[in-house]
Design a binder for this molecule. Structure first.
Ligand code: R5P
Length: 296
């Protein structure tokens, strides 16, 4: 049976996104007071009755370590005061890249983080989580999940804003994703091909490069974090004589000034509002609302 959601509590910095969700799903605004005591601990007070209300908690969990505790304190309070189902809508789902023990002794933190959230929430909705070694969130989450895909919104943005685009994947792993966006945008695509001649000798080329010299290269990735993946690809493209590229990321984490480094060398850097940032130009509000409605 589909759950009827009554109210939305938002910890998301993007107030317009919260309002859009409330309007699309006819949710009341969950009012609460949250601030810090002088010693840095959190004070929290709900300003509405929540007994038996099914609530949505909207969060943007980038830089998760400092955002997770307020989220869990809010959720504990909601449950303690009698809320029914509690749905987490996290437009960016962190900790998905630590999906294996890369070195002995390391924690597989994606699993631990998933266990933690599964203990607190009834269900989870997110946008394009980083599914690399896991193929489905159900491999690590014990609660029902729903994933929205931003590819159609990215394709629409490219079709409307980029003159003669050619989508470029940084490597063969990205081919499926780049091909899907390119098809929806009605644009061609290609992927960089790498030939390794030695540990430090990798030759990068673009197949049939002469076809694309008068096109605008468009790089698309799920996450832009340190920016290294895109910066490296941009420098290959520059060396190969292609025009400046447009860089698109679903989740602009932009660690350590990656946004400034990228804007210095790209034609334009664009992200979705899954993570609030001045580069946001692709709205995923409708996608989140639809994903909540599709939750079984
Ligand atoms: C990698 O597997 C992801 O799809 C992204 O390419 C990666 O997370 C980007 O990270 P960074 O910006 O730090 O290179």
């Amino acid at each position: 049976m589909t759950t009827t959601w009554h109210r939305l509590y938002s910890l998301h910095e993007d107030r317009a996104l919260a309002q859009r969700l409330r309007e699309s799903l006819s949710l009341e605004e969950g009012r609460f007071d949250m601030r810090h005591f002088p010693d840095g601990e959190s004070y929290l007070r709900l300003l509405d009755e929540v007994q038996n209300r099914n609530v949505v908690v909207l969060a943007d969990l980038y830089q998760p370590d400092r955002r997770i505790l307020p989220l869990l304190l809010l959720t504990e309070t909601l449950r303690d005061l009698g809320a029914g189902a509690v749905l987490l809508v996290s437009s960016y789902l962190p900790y998905m890249r630590q999906d294996k023990r890369f070195h002995s002794g390391e924690g597989v933190t994606s699993r631990y983080f998933a266990k933690l959230l599964s203990r607190y929430f009834t269900a989870l909705v997110t946008i394009d989580p980083h599914l690399h070694r896991y193929h489905d969130l159900s491999e690590i989450y014990d609660i029902p999940t729903r994933v929205g895909h931003a590819a159609p919104m990215i394709a629409e943005w490219i079709a409307t804003n980029v003159d003669k685009p050619v989508l470029i994947g940084p490597d063969s792993e990205s081919e499926q994703w780049v091909e899907a966006v390119a098809k929806q945008a009605g644009a061609p695509f290609t992927v960089l091909s790498k030939t390794r001649h030695g540990d430090r000798d990798v030759e990068v080329s673009v197949p049939q490069i002469e076809r694309w010299l008068d096109h605008t290269p468009v790089l698309v990735d799920d996450i832009i974090s340190s920016g290294h993946t895109m910066l490296e690809t941009l420098s290959h493209l520059e060396r190969l004589g292609l025009p400046r590229a447009v860089c698109i990321g679903v989740h602009g984490v932009f660690a350590e000034g990656a946004d400034e480094k990228l804007t210095a060398v790209a034609q334009r850097v664009v992200t979705s509002n899954a993570i609030p940032h001045p580069t946001n130009a692709i709205d995923i509000g409708g996608l989140l609302a639809a994903s909540i409605q599709e939750l079984d």
